[in-house]
Write a protein that binds this ligand. Sequence first.
Ligand SMILES: [Zn+2]
Ligand SMILES: [Zn+2]
Length: 363
Amino acid sequence: MVRERRGPFTLEEVHLGALRPDEVLVRIEATGLCHTDIAVRDGEMPSPLPAVLGHEGAGYVAAIGDSVTGLAVGDPVVLTYLSCGECRECRTGVPSACVQLGGLCFGGARPDGSHALHGSCGDVLHDRFFGQSSFATYAIANQRNIVKVRPDAPIRSLGPLGCGIMTGAGTVWNALKAGPGSSLAVYGAGAVGLSAVMAARVAGASSIIAIDVVASRLSLARELGATHTVNGGEGDVVSAVRRIVPDGTDFAVDTTGREAVVQNALLALRQCGALALVAAAQPELSLDMFNLLAGCKTICGVIEGGGAAHLLIPRILDLHMSGRFPFDRMLRFYTPEQINDAVRDSVNGNTIKPVICFGQNAA
Ligand SMILES: [Zn+2]
Ligand SMILES: [Zn+2]
């Protein structure tokens, strides 16, 4: 629970209401901590407080609403973002671009204004964060944002598939469509960036350049598939990238949302190159329009990796289980009591992807 802007996460007992027909009760085993949780806590994204946050939950189905199909009690599941299922984007297989996504994931309530949980004194709490609010022992999700996963996978590691890992991988595969022999630069070697690195390796990219200012992240990036690394704190990044790929990179992914980094990413692209933006740390951006135009370059925004979570998550998990997408190398586990330590470790860069364990085999 986060009660106030920039306040700590607190452990509190709250009550879940009855399931709606299209809802599912999930016993949470573990939930990843994403920068979006911290941004909402800090008031940098418009979502009401007090609220139960958490949007990378994984666990087991505990109960299902009357109209839910394809799920049964006991199924292992990963929770992801909620989409409406009715807009053009949802109906054409791109729920990540759902026009209702903002309200459904950040509105703090169901679309009709009701809540799935309330405080022990009956006080109103905001919930339905990404249709889950999964920093909790139990969460109510919707049939649409639940992905059933193979039963032999380690459930407590799987939550980050529902946001951060999927964002990095899907951006490379769905949005940029990086293929064999291509070159790709990844700006920011956090969980999203390292997932982009692993996805580029799977896609057969020949040059995969990770850029960060933290040396330990760069060494992990090399272990996960980066062919080159650039320390952004040591000299001009554009020159460093062009020393590796003289014509510039075919593709780039910016995970930092910082203007100066995005500007570098654009300048280090080759002719007709494409840059995907997956984060926004600043509200506005100024760009070298001449470079963009004369270079015939593309810049696109990508939410949750583009495409559909129901396709992406099983695909990444199958690669993981065959040893080709070792995302577990990024994870560090914490107990619920340690959640504020997890936030601190994430902010200062000591932990790439914290995971809060709520289940039996907690950290
Ligand atoms: Zn997230
Ligand atoms: Zn929609």
